[in-house]
Design a protein around this ligand. Sequence first.
Ligand code: HMG
Ligand code: MG
Length: 309
Amino acid sequence: MTETVRITDVAPRDGLQAETTPVPVRRKADLVRAIQRTGVAEVEVSSFVSPKWIPQLGDAPELFADLATDKPEGILYSALVPNERGFDSALTANRQARDARGVERLIDKVSVFTAASETFAQKNTNATIADTIERFRPIVPRAHEQGMRVRAYISCVVACPYEGDIPPTAVAAVAARLLELGVDEIDLGDTIGAGTPETIGAVVMEVIDALGGRSTNQFGEPTLTLHLHDTFGHAPECVRAAAEIGVRSFDASSGGLGGCPYASKPGERAPGNIAMSTLVRTLESMDLSTGIDHAMQAEADRIASELIL
Ligand code: HMG
Ligand code: MG
């Protein structure tokens, strides 16, 4: 039987967080709705971070209120939260959607984020890795009380724009600390797209060791996800290497939008996420099922590309 791979579209969040031209809420909602018609398991809709740090996503409450009007069955919405304040904002969005629209749970998952590089953690969240993890500690039990999943991103799993190469053991050490907190999913971010099949394979193996056999979580979903940015065109080979080792959850973005502004340097913009169509083509060439409708994906790609014209 063909195995299925779980896919998350991160275009509305990672794709739009570095856009210099403001994108109106209505058009972001159009993008999310186009993405959810593709058959993807999850849409990473936005972030509840400081609007001083990421002004592009300061409209997360309005976007979620719009999406509450017609959230379809069977799709998960997630949002990034850097601290308890962000988590409280996600809960407020859920409460408002319940009160105004009768939506049982609008945001199904919160995604916390740290890094395997101290410098990147400072640049991105103004905190040490240890301090970011302390910020997440109260979030995990509170999310679980609400039946919400917790994803934990680790950035710079292959290399850091400031520190250079990052050893897989450093990534696994951060993963182990996050797993101790009780997060449901570890998402390995190759933030600057430095990965090759060898380096991605090495870090994935190390983290699988840290997972100690926990390949699925309490929600029956994969515990390990790979989040690739595609700078040098190596992302498809990296997907292939990771899938061969057994990774069954990937992030990608419609239209290949994306990039963390805190991974950009003057004159050198952070690279986009692996394009959804590239991810789907790669996985399907390995006889893995993605559940993505190609025609609907082409439409989501079109809408995504129009947003950044
Ligand atoms: P800080 O400046 O150290 O903290 O920021 P602060 O507590 O002094 O807060 C500064 C201001 O933000 C205050 O407002 C807070 O109230 C407010 P003021 O009093 O000055 O008016 N604030 C908030 N507002 C809204 N929501 C919140 C919130 N928290 C504080 N949750 C902080 C620390 C973590 C808040 C900041 O550094 C931040 O928001 N960083 C987010 C950066 C970010 O979103 N980066 C992109 C996502 S990560 C990524 O792209 C990588 C990934 O794709 C994986 C990969 O590719 O590797 C996930
Ligand atoms: Mg990213």
